[in-house]
Design a protein around this ligand. Sequence first.
Ligand code: DX5
Ligand code: ZN
Length: 217
Amino acid sequence: MNNNIKIAPSILACNFSKLSEEIIAIEKAGADLIHLDVMDGHFVPNLTFGPPIIKSVRRYSKLVFDTHLMVQNPDDLLEEYANAGSDLITVHVEACNNLVETLERIRSLGCKAGVALKPKTDPLFLTKILDKIDLILVMTVNPGFGGQKFINEMLKKITVVKSLIGSNHIDLEVDGGITQDNAKLVVKAGANILVAGSSIFGNGDEKKYKLNINSMR
Ligand code: DX5
Ligand code: ZN
């Protein structure tokens, strides 16, 4: 077991009809962060939840709330996401009009700032903004839906991003299709935070959450 690896279960795969109970159960099972997938029906075709839902479950967990914004023009609601209790806010580079301003605003709201890369996004621009970010999220599926298959070619991209980070204190989070089988490869490539929905919440059997998390480390 590698305790330097942090596991961030994505509540997208949980049973939304008992969201607070799922969050309590997943924290008890050993999760390190709660990954919150916000989708707007524009940047991605799917639609999920926003600040009111995040705020309503904030009191059920002490874990880091890791808000992944898959929304076009995230700027308008950043304050609401921060006030709802996000500790970390990650935006997609293609969704921002002025990425640096958005990242600075996230930090000024007291949150850590992350940038997400879709599978086709070239990571090279990151070299210019390393001092503006606390986390890089490499997507290993096309954003929008849980339960997709991990794109193997992304392993190489994770190693490229890891070397771009160099000695900077920036987390490397990987999101999409992570399973107990490929987690090791993803970590070997350089990731230190693993997001996983389906392979942790599985068929909703709460008794298995701890095993699902541990076997991913
Ligand atoms: C996809 C989301 C992911 C997703 C991961 O757009 O960003 O966080 O919920 O789910 P799995 O682990 O099922 O691929
Ligand atoms: Zn996500």
